[in-house]
Design a protein around this ligand. Structure first.
Ligand code: ZN
Length: 199
């Protein structure tokens, strides 16, 4: 019941007619058309920025797009080679990350991302201890992680639900609930004393 017609973007694709079709372009060409419309680009940019504020959306978006890119590179050697060349040219040009000096905002930001990638599993208050084990005491990373994980378990067993929540907040794993307003700055490692007064 549905006929086909040729995309008006000049790509030569034959596309299907259906009742609620809004344009005479195929998916690929409508992207090009919309991309040339400043107002539409601005609107899409603003809405994507807003959606990226949600950490769950952002994580899912990154997962989905990196998966897509990996699949594309695995199945399309030409595209992989094109990207390799572009990467090399960028590297040689001295632009991109190499142009950012030590201590610059982007370098600091990337450093934090790397830390999260490798140490995301480790609560913030135990990270120095983990680094000490690996860097100063020469413990292998796998063993150091086991040691820290045992410590996390021991801590969890000791803590009340409230203290666990407090610890998660401090580790940046949870957001502070609006009504929770401690009177004084609690400082690190004072959970036991604080909790009994707060409950
Ligand atoms: Zn087209």
């Amino acid at each position: 019941m549905t006929g086909t017609f040729q995309c008006e973007g000049g790509c030569g694709r034959e596309i299907k007619e259906f009742p609620r079709r809004k344009t005479r372009f195929c998916r690929s060409c409508i992207g090009t058309v919309n991309g040339q419309d400043r107002a539409k680009v601005e609107k899409a940019r603003a809405s994507m920025k807003r959606r990226m504020q949600d950490p769950a959306f952002k994580a899912e978006h990154i997962r989905r797009t990196s998966e897509g890119l990996r699949a594309r590179l695995a199945s399309d050697p030409e595209e992989a080679e094109r990207r390799r060349k572009a990467g090399r040219a960028l590297g040689k040009s001295g632009l991109g990350h190499a142009a950012q000096g030590a201590g610059s905002e982007p370098r600091i930001r990337v450093g934090r991302m790397q830390t999260e990638r490798y140490l995301g599993w480790c609560p913030k208050h135990l990270r120095d201890q983990y680094r000490d084990l690996v860097n100063k005491k020469g413990v292998r990373a796998v063993e150091a992680r086991e040691i820290i994980e045992r410590q996390i378990e021991a801590e969890n067993a000791r803590l009340s639900p409230f203290e666990k929540q407090l610890l998660r907040v401090r580790n940046g794993q949870a957001t502070v609930v609006e009504k929770f307003k401690p009177a004084a700055d609690l400082g690190p490692y004072t959970l036991g004393g604080v909790a009994s007064g707060m409950i």
